[in-house]
Design a binder for this molecule. Structure first.
Ligand SMILES: [Zn+2]
Length: 603
């Protein structure tokens, strides 16, 4: 899941100059605007008469914005870890209503000043090129009248999280969270799976109208924001705002077509095999997660501490540097959000927002990992994924420019998705680790083989879902005045194009609003194609590890992550030895290679 975007366009210094300044006191409480206002004014008014002055100005600005973004990060983390707690909810709401609407225009004034200063004192070399391009884009998009609209959007995002976080069901005599309910989908008793599936679907149906209400307002607000900035609709605005300099709408559509041609037939073929192996016809929505040989569900760990212990051991086998970085975050026992300097909150419990994320606290330069683990294999995947984001944050944290301590999402997800594939060989016992005395997720060789095969399969089967969510957003924002029933029809059409072949007979009322489960549509519009671009990158890196060895793949991985966001997207891919390419040729090539690998992996 996504690293949450922080304040727009946060500039700061370059490799040539010292990393830390003393412009902002270490204990500044940047969650209150009155505490940062003086520093913002000082930056706006500071006389600049040389390139050196300008570089120092960037460094100080980075320090201030890091303090602001960390204050927001901690409020966001507390809010998502305890959606039922009125105090932390109000604290976050207060920030987005009172601080951000004043901070955003102030940052815009600093951006504008940066553009002016740079024309007077051109910055040396190419080290500032990425920053310069980003700031100019943000300046061109900024409109005062959009500030309150962004505030409203952030507040609606909070409503969505709260609505989802509050959802629990009564099942087998206990109140259970929806992430806990996912366990039942892996059970071997088909009747129990069906009962669990229906219980969750019924619970979600109760919120359809509420969530539709939130989404309708979000679409309207986003359309207005785009129009205010001079765009025909939100698509063009979002592509610019997300700094997509290396691809456009046409490339996304080519990707959708390629996935339809190369991956959908493979996915449907695998579903037909699944139905035959399970001996069921037709396949139903509750038949997708159970093991085809009727084996018990994979249970790789029990609780956050065990998850952390085994994840660190897994990383150690891949590369001790990775284990050391992960171990810095804690032992997995923490459940109090970011309080007491904590970096982890792993276990699912009532009141946690859905999903998982990694959030870098920019001032203290320490990552935070949030997830809803419930002992499933899926949680292992999420853990190593978010760990990959944390490695990225840590490996580039000495980049002097704040803007370069975050990389474009298309590459940030390569850092995380690669870990899902590269750690795979270390989830169980093999020749090298047989006697290393460290724990593994799978002691049983059969479970180990099964987990690996599932992982490789999922890495390509994710592509149709990515195409669906991306294509859906293109439809949504090019049809900004659509009705709810038109939206349902658009979703069903995409589902027919990319979705699975399972039978929804008798379940028709549950199907048209499945998209409501995808949090990105609410909090992070247009953030999804990045997973497709990155998955193709991660699969390329995995194939390097298969062909040239793990060491080679990890060295490239570490070297590219250290660059943070200091280079344009295609150069970051190149630094890892990967092609920045999500066109039809790449999709076909990768899918064929993965299919060949799959045939070599036992069921
Ligand atoms: Zn991610």
């Amino acid at each position: 899941m996504p690293p949450t975007p922080v304040i727009p366009s946060p500039p700061a210094p370059t490799a040539a100059i010292a990393i830390k300044t003393n412009f902002v006191p270490a204990d500044l409480d940047a969650s209150r605007f009155e505490n940062v206002e003086g520093y913002l004014d000082a930056l706006l008014e500071r006389p600049i008469s040389s390139v050196m002055d300008l570089e120092a100005w960037l460094l100080d600005r980075g320090e201030l914005e890091a303090a602001c973004s960390e204050a927001k990060a901690n409020l966001y983390i507390s809010m998502t870890c305890d959606t039922g707690n009125a105090k932390v909810q109000e604290a976050y709401a207060k920030y987005i209503h009172e601080v951000e609407p004043r901070l955003t225009p102030a940052c815009f004034r600093l951006d504008t000043r940066f553009v002016e200063l740079v024309s007077k004192f051109p910055l040396p070399g190419t080290g500032y090129a990425v920053l310069d391009r980003a700031v100019r884009t943000d300046v061109a998009l900024f409109r005062d009248e959009n500030v309150p609209l962004e505030t409203e959007l952030a507040s609606l995002g909070q409503d969505y999280d709260r609505t989802i976080g509050a959802m629990t069901v009564e099942f087998d005599g206990e109140e259970r969270t929806l992430p806990h309910m996912a366990r039942y989908q892996e059970g071997t008793d088909r009747a129990v799976r069906e009962r669990a599936w229906r219980t969750v679907a019924e619970r979600r149906v109760h919120e359809i109208d509420t969530i539709n209400g939130i989404f309708d307002r979000m679409v309207g607000l986003r359309h207005r924001i785009a129009r205010n900035a001079g765009f025909e609709n939100y698509v063009g605005f979002a592509f610019k705002a997300k700094h997509r300099f290396d691809y456009g709408v046409a490339e996304c559509e080519t990707f959708h077509d390629a996935v339809e041609k190369a991956v959908v037939p493979l996915a449907r073929g695998l579903e037909a095999q699944r139905a035959a192996k399970l001996g069921v016809s037709p396949l139903r929505p509750w038949d997708l997660s159970v093991d085809v040989k009727g084996r018990q569900p994979l249970r790789p760990f029990e609780g956050g501490v065990d998850l952390m212990r085994k994840s660190i051991a897994t990383m150690h086998r891949l590369d001790p540097r990775l284990a050391e970085m992960l171990a810095q975050l804690g032992d997995g026992s923490q459940s109090g959000g970011s309080s007491n300097g904590s970096c982890l909150d792993l276990d699912s419990r009532k009141g946690k927002a859905p999903g998982g994320y990694q959030y870098m606290r920019d001032r203290t330069r320490r990552p935070f990992i949030f997830m809803n683990s419930a002992g499933l294999h899926h949680d292992v995947e999420t853990m190593v994924h978010e760990a990959g984001h944390a490695f990225h944050s840590i490996l580039c944290r000495d980049q002097p420019l704040l803007a370069y301590r975050h990389s474009p999402i298309e590459f940030a997800e390569v850092a995380s998705m690669s870990m899902e594939l590269l750690t795979m060989n270390h989830w169980g016992r093999n020749e090298q680790n047989r006697n290393d005395g460290r724990p593994v997720f799978y002691e049983n060789p059969d479970d180990f083989a099964r987990a690996k095969r599932d992982q490789v399969k999922r890495s390509v089967l994710l592509l149709p879902w990515i195409a669906t969510i991306d294509a859906f957003q293109h439809w949504i924002y090019t049809h900004p005045t659509h009705t709810r029933s038109e939206r349902e029809a658009a979703w069903l059409k995409l589902d027919a194009r990319f979705g699975s072949s399972v039978s929804w007979l008798g379940l028709e009322r549950f199907k048209p609003n499945i998209w409501q489960r995808q949090p990105h549509l609410f909090g992070h519009p247009f953030y999804y194609i990045e997973y497709g671009i990155a998955q193709l990158g991660a699969l390329q890196l995995w194939l390097i590890s298969v062909e040239k060895g793990e060491r080679e793949a990890v060295e490239r991985y570490v070297a590219a992550l250290q660059l943070g966001g200091s280079k344009p997207l295609p150069e970051l891919f190149a630094a890892a030895g990967l092609e920045f390419n999500f066109g039809a040729d790449m999709v076909h090539r990768i899918v064929a290679r993965v299919q060949a690998e799959l045939e070599r992996l036992p069921d």
